[in-house]
Ligand binder design. Structure first.
Ligand code: KIV
Length: 261
């Protein structure tokens, strides 16, 4: 039987050189599928703004949205470690606001929170409040306007700045750090230099673990990106099931006597 994953489990896996497997989830279905597959970490990501709510960016996601979806995931997960994303605007204005938002997510069932960028005072204050923090550096989607798009960060000489941010986030107390859309060579270097595990997405194979969006892993997204892989053709599979249902109702082959009360 699998055991409950905690921050200690993650630290132990890192020390033992075992990969840390993370995926996003947003509801009971995705939470229970991810948990029963045996992933280590489930992130209720603000990517829900894109993949669930249909927004272009994550900017419109509110703290209440994360708490609402987190509630459903909490009810479906037994073993995975549950991290909740702090959405845009919930931690940027002050240390107090950041702690209040993190506390709210823990009250809603999160076991840790994730926030983007070098908000070191905020990270330290949340950690001081007893809440584990996952950092996130590189191409941080909440800063997409400043980056001018979802573009790879840390190419060439800019790599030093990403490494320096990752170091600051670690020193502020983060227990792990997501590296998003950074060159694989840089991600490998950061992973070697940090003591906490790095969790890659579009960051090559040398990170301590990997995180992917649920919809991308299962082939449910309309777009396929270079940094993703669909491990099953989910969209086609589900769509053909729905088409068959539609046909069966229309041609009278469903429901039958067997489906009747
Ligand atoms: O919101 C999200 O899904 C994320 C990850 C993919 C890192 O932040």
């Amino acid at each position: 039987m699998s055991e409950k994953v905690t921050v200690r489990t993650i630290a132990k896996k890192h020390t033992a050189g075992e990969k840390i497997v993370c995926v996003t989830a947003y509801d009971v279905l995705s939470g229970s599928l991810a948990d029963s597959a045996g992933v280590d970490v489930i992130l209720v990501g603000d990517s829900l703004g894109n993949v669930v709510l249909g927004h272009e960016t994550t900017h419109g996601v509110e703290l209440e949205d994360i708490a609402y979806h987190l509630g459903a995931v909490v009810r479906s997960v037994k073993n995975a470690f549950l991290v909740a994303d702090m959405p845009f605007g919930s931690y940027q204005s002050s240390v107090g606001a950041a702690v209040d938002a993190a506390v709210e997510l823990v009250k809603a069932g999160a076991e840790a929170v994730k926030l983007e960028g070098a908000y070191t005072e905020e990270i330290a204050a949340i950690v001081k409040a007893g809440i584990p923090v996952m950092g996130h550096v590189g191409m941080t989607p909440q800063s997409v306007l400043a980056f001018g798009g979802h573009v790879v960060q840390g190419k060439g000489k800019d790599g030093d700045a990403v490494l320096s941010t990752a170091r600051k986030v670690q020193d502020a107390g983060a227990f792990s750090i997501v590296l998003e859309l950074v060159p694989a060579v840089l991600a490998a270097r950061i992973t070697k230099e940090l003591t906490v595990p790095t969790i890659g997405i579009g960051a090559g194979p040398e990170c301590s673990g990997e995180i992917q969006v649920f919809h991308d892993v299962l082939g449910l997204s309309e777009t396929e990106y270079r940094h993703t892989r669909a491990f099953v053709a989910g969209r086609e599979l589900l769509s053909s099931g729905l088409q068959e249902y539609t046909r069966a109702v229309r041609d009278g082959t469903f429901p039958t006597e067997e489906n009747s009360s």
